[in-house]
Ligand binder design. Sequence first.
Ligand SMILES: CC(C)CCC[C@@H](C)[C@H]1CC[C@H]2[C@@H]3CC=C4C[C@@H](O)CC[C@]4(C)[C@H]3CC[C@]12C
Length: 303
Amino acid sequence: MLRAVVKLCCGISYPHMRSMAGLQRRAVAVIGQEITQLQQWGQIQQHIRTHVALNYNEVEQEDVQPAAMSGNQLYYEQHGREAMRKALSMLEDKDGWKVEMTESNGDVIYSKVIPGAGKVFRMEAVLEAGVDELYDILYARVQEMPQWNPSIQHIEVLKHVGPETIVTHEVSAGSAGNLIGQRDFVSVRHSCKQKSRVYLGGAAIQLESFPPQAGFVRAEDGPTCIVLQALDEDKTKSHFTWLLNMDVKGWLPKSIVNQALPRAQLDFTRHLRRRLGGRSMSLHDSLHLAAPSPILKTETGER
Ligand SMILES: CC(C)CCC[C@@H](C)[C@H]1CC[C@H]2[C@@H]3CC=C4C[C@@H](O)CC[C@]4(C)[C@H]3CC[C@]12C
């Protein structure tokens, strides 16, 4: 329909456009580009509906009304969905994953080198919570994360783009336990909630209104994704899959980064379990938590 209207408009305006000059012509070209973007966005939506992995395509996505959204909002939505799609297709490819670590509580981290993305890590764990509770903790109340996770110093929701998309600024904690030092991230985070599954995708974005700040190393997270899958009817257990794909930036040996990233995943999950009430703590975790905290909130990170 949109295409037909555009064609009709083009036909009507063609004789006038021929007589246009300079700036007017440029303005028409820009409008043309915007229309193409809208169209591409529609195609991406369609692509997600039909092709994306792990049942994400079963989601009844509401028909989007581009007219009701500003160009920027459309861009964030599109970027978030695209990140989710890319991350899910990385997870979908089951070949070539190498076991990186196996924990006594059953958590496993795999890694794989993916052309274009570099080394990515996939964590698989079982959490003693339902997908709704996890969605609430990990997405709806994302800004409260620093209260239960000492690896994260600050999270601010910069924009609420829609019910499924937010733009966030995140600052990791520079601490003795974190060899990489403090980083900050600006990301679009996209969520998709189904009855027994939740998808949380994300990727770095550049915001003109939030350029890298002096003294901070701006890292890039994503395309990344967390998939939560309910394991039982009573909603007491969920399977947690987390694809971590991060460019930490700065001058650091790969070996340090490749050790720090899976560590960060284990730490994150340990704190998440503690937030869930310690219901699923392993012996290893309880011992670890009983010891004086190795995470000292010092300002020793590279700033
Ligand atoms: C190793 C160093 C550089 C970083 C350590 C902290 C990392 C692990 C922290 C910093 C910011 C954090 C992210 C902040 C926000 C979200 C969105 C949420 O919906 C899922 C978790 C997720 C995606 C966090 C995952 C862990 C994270 C990436």
